[in-house]
Design a protein around this ligand. Structure first.
Ligand SMILES: CC(C)(COP(=O)(O)OP(=O)(O)OC[C@H]1O[C@@H](n2cnc3c(N)ncnc32)[C@H](O)[C@@H]1OP(=O)(O)O)[C@@H](O)C(=O)NCCC(=O)NCCS
Length: 199
């Protein structure tokens, strides 16, 4: 995996702009992702403290785990000046795999934005960083997330009973996987623009 290239670049699609997350995004993200409906099937809660969020984002600007084995990549998804959501990837460098996740504001649901942003990120992870397999963990109650994963081509490979416990309930999880080869075959035209990798 290339060490020199920009690992978390600006990505653009026909309708969206995926900005590499930085501390300065904190107030806009706090405002956009404060609806409790977003957090029904994920462990987090709506952000309420802009300064705490800014510190977390500043910490994540390293883009790497302290041991260097993982890349921690986060993009803020914009349509014009409006924050729609975020897409994230933890890249396991040696394995060439990435755990991926997505969170969008209710006002952006049902419009295909999440799928478009995810295709852009998956395309970059493969073409730019050499990731060969994508993995997503979904709470079994999260129908919207499951539909999105399936639309992207992910297939269920595992069911983990009692994977987590939050908000007073046990969370069972589906594991979904997608090979980069299958993703590329289903995305015949380049889905995004990103700066040359400079390999
Ligand atoms: C999971 C989540 C991102 C899915 O978002 P979503 O809006 O369903 O996904 P998309 O933006 O891709 O939209 C998909 C729907 O829009 C429709 N759509 C696609 N393109 C469209 C367009 N141009 N115009 C209108 N609708 C469109 C699709 O047909 C699809 O509908 P369907 O589900 O009935 O098939 C969203 O529910 C969310 O953020 N939830 C809270 C956080 C969360 O749970 N994250 C996942 C953790 S695992």
């Amino acid at each position: 995996m290339p060490a020199e290239i920009e690992v978390n670049p600006l990505l653009t699609t026909p309708t969206l702009r995926l900005e590499p997350q930085v501390a300065a995004h904190a107030p806009a993200v706090l405002a956009a992702l404060s609806d409790p409906r977003i957090y029904l099937y994920i462990p987090g809660t709506p952000p309420t403290d802009a300064e705490a969020l800014r510190r977390r984002f500043a910490h994540q600007e390293s883009r790497r785990s302290p041991d260097g084995r993982e890349l921690w990549l986060n993009w803020i998804v914009y349509s014009g000046q409006t924050v729609l959501g975020t897409v994230q990837a933890t890249v396991h460098v040696a394995q060439r795999t990435a755990d991926v996740a997505y969170v969008f504001a209710p006002g952006a649901w049902g419009k295909g934005h999440a799928a478009e942003a995810m295709r852009a990120m998956l395309g970059f992870l493969h073409a730019g960083l050499g990731v060969e397999e994508f993995v997503a963990h979904l709470d079994t109650r999260n129908g919207a997330s499951r539909r999105l994963a399936q639309r992207l081509g992910f297939v269920q490979t595992d069911l983990i009973l009692g994977a987590d416990h939050f908000k007073g309930s046990v969370s069972d999880e589906y594991v979904y996987k997608l090979s980069a080869a299958a993703f590329s075959a289903s995305s015949p035209t380049p889905p995004l623009d990103f700066p040359p990798a400079g390999l």
